[in-house]
Design a protein. Structure first.
Length: 250
């Protein structure tokens, strides 16, 4: 009987490599732990994530949430201090679909906003003005464009809104993150594969002079059948700024 009981318990035990995350900062402990859902419902018996926020001594609970997301964020920390007044916890669904939950620390820790990173989690940075930004790579944002085409979108936290949220951002403030992705693709040396995403990153950064120079060079590297000018006119369908290649001088 004892052997059968142990086997039954083992079948419902958490995986040995549970991706738990714990961070203690500013007098509070943020804990994102794997757990088995015991309540009736679609997730009963499944591994879920449970977020606990307590005072540092663990005696006073500030916040608790059950989520279908399991703790863990690929190469990104599962729990991290972002800077300023913010901490982020990150979870996933089956090793994909990473989502970060942002917590504000004061007056008491509380969730502020969430952002889905699809399959490419990335750091959240904070600038000297206290603005939080991050870059998300999304695919399948244009009808008919599939395969290895990942399009960059920079998001900034709009903390002044009635309901704070991460919103897409284009232009000078987001330019370094767009340009970094453009340069990454450029170094790969596969313009025929990446020209759509490269063009999107150039337009999104808002540096017209740089975009014109790089787009002209990009056009020369493409086969005659590739309609770069037409593609640039397609970009607003996914929210990117419009751009007319014919207006570039030289």
């Amino acid at each position: 009987m004892k052997i059968h009981l142990l086997a039954w318990l083992a079948a419902f035990a958490l995986p040995a490599a549970a991706q738990n995350a714990v961070l203690t900062h500013a007098g509070h402990t943020f804990s994102y732990q794997e757990s088995l859902e015991t309540a009736e419902g679609d997730l009963q018996g499944e591994v879920i994530g449970v977020i606990h926020v307590t005072r540092e001594d663990g005696l006073v609970s500030i916040y608790q949430e059950k989520t279908a997301l399991r703790p863990g964020c690929g190469d990104e920390p599962g729990a991290e201090y972002i800077g300023g007044d913010f901490v982020a916890l990150c979870g996933h669904l089956g090793g994909r679909h990473y989502t970060k939950t942002l917590f504000r620390l004061s007056p008491e820790p509380a969730p502020v906003a969430q952002l889905d990173y699809d399959d490419s989690p990335a750091p959240i940075g904070i600038d000297r003005h206290g603005v939080l930004r991050t870059r998300v790579l999304r695919r399948d944002v244009f009808a008919g464009v599939t395969g290895p085409a990942y399009f960059p979108f920079v998001y900034a936290l709009d903390g002044a809104a009635a309901k704070p949220a991460f919103r897409r951002e284009f232009g000078a403030a987001a330019r370094p993150l767009y340009r970094d992705y453009y340069e990454t693709l450029k170094r790969e040396g596969k313009p025929r594969v990446h020209y759509r995403a490269m063009a999107a990153a150039l337009v999104a950064g808002g540096d017209r002079g740089f975009a014109c120079r790089e787009l002209r060079a990009l056009q020369q590297s493409l086969p005659a059948g590739a309609d770069l000018a037409g593609w640039l006119r397609t970009l607003p369908r996914a929210g990117y700024p419009g751009f007319e290649l014919a207006t570039c001088k030289g």
